[in-house]
Design a protein around this ligand. Sequence first.
Ligand code: ZN
Length: 334
Amino acid sequence: MLWRMTEGFKQGCFRIGLNRLLSRCVNLPIILCFHRITPPSSSFFDRRLEAIAPQQFEWILSYVGAMGYRFVPLEKMHADIQESRLLREAVVTFDDGFRDQYENAYPVLKRWRIPATLFLITSTVDATSLLWLHKLYILLGHMDAQEAQAAVKDYVGREHAGLSFYEAVRRVVCSPDRARMHRFIDGLAQRLGWTSEEEARWARQVYLTSEQIRVMRDNGVAVESHGHEHLPVDSVSPADIRRDILQSTSWIEEHLGYRARFFGYPFGFVSPVSVQVLRELGCVGACTTEHRPLRAGEDPFALPRVYRDGDHRARFAWRFSGFYLGAMRERLFR
Ligand SMILES: [Zn+2]
């Protein structure tokens, strides 16, 4: 009942244009964050990668545009922030580098001439095997739900038996013992009788090719680094973080002909080592997954982003308006 009332209130605010009214009060730049743009299924992979339907993607862009936002490249917003200009500007970013971003999002961006940034996991380009993280998600999704839960709980140990499935999977992903985690993923593949051909088929189906990346780069999509193997920085050594960022930025330089300027932190985790390495390499900024708009004096190496929350348009609009309420409160009571 309460849930229904809250939903009704949100829908109502959206209908009477409260969001639009609030948008007139405060200018706050936002960086939108997207993952997969494909009709979402109930698969674990789609849910973990926040798949949204192409129509939903288009709706979000038109909603943000209708709120008076101008879409600009990340480079432009970065320059504005550096000079303390807070404008009603929006940046579109994609994480990871999925084929559906090329097939379903890029045509929309091109049609509307919206610039974007793709934070690319460079090891996945033209890959014939899956990134460890995606392989784990896909394999768990192929298992019977109870069997998957038992396997994950067995991995994290009895002392964490109270964790939800999602929390337990997160523990697997952030395992400090990387070798054990890789053995676990390989064990799941064996259990399901996965062949290397099957994995290659998946990789070809979900990842971008270097040709698709070049086409996007030539048409308004800035391709930047999201690491080479999407490592959780708080679970690996500083030497591994350094090596991974270097591998990724070298790939960009070699294949796309320029030096990366921005970085998308894998899992949104910021670490002092990452920032130091990025600075040394000449990068000027990096994005997290902290869910809020930008503010004055923002650290360019910890830029927050706004992402979709669930599948409801009203919920996105509601969270969007929440930023304005928060920002107004900050301005009025500062
Ligand atoms: Zn990612």
